[in-house]
Design a protein around this ligand. Sequence first.
Ligand code: CUA
Length: 168
Amino acid sequence: MSTPENSQELHLHVDPTEKAWIRAAIAVLVVFAVAVTIAGFMLGIQVPTEEQRVDPQTLQDSLPWSEPGVRTIVEGEKYDVFVVAKRFFYEPSTVEVPVGAEVTFYVTSTDVQHGFKIQDTNVNFMAIPGEVSKLTTSFDEPGSYPYICTEYCGLGHAVMFGTVVVTP
Ligand code: CUA
């Protein structure tokens, strides 16, 4: 960064060392701004959003929550997955989606606060009674991706998990 010799600079007597630090501080801010932009738009990092409010008491009386699981929106391309977290398991315990497809997870709880983290992905949020959390992801490699509870929810917390099976 070079500043042209102008009248403004003649009036401002800033120590060269201080000038260098000001430039360094501005450079760091620019780096952070670029990093946040890349994270948000290119790496697809999203903040989990509260999709809707539900009544945990009557949640499973009607669709889609009476039959949690995978819904095909576009075959091979787009899927919705409804997951109910309960002490101490998930409904369903296995989710099967094809590799590369856009998969949107809708997760809620019927009892206490649970977590929902899919290993090896950036999907990680809370499952809260009365609220539906939503996050979209896709799986680049076939295989098994466990989803685990990350909020302490009781004695069975450590055994609370399920599996996303990603098919080729
Ligand atoms: Cu559910 Cu910890």
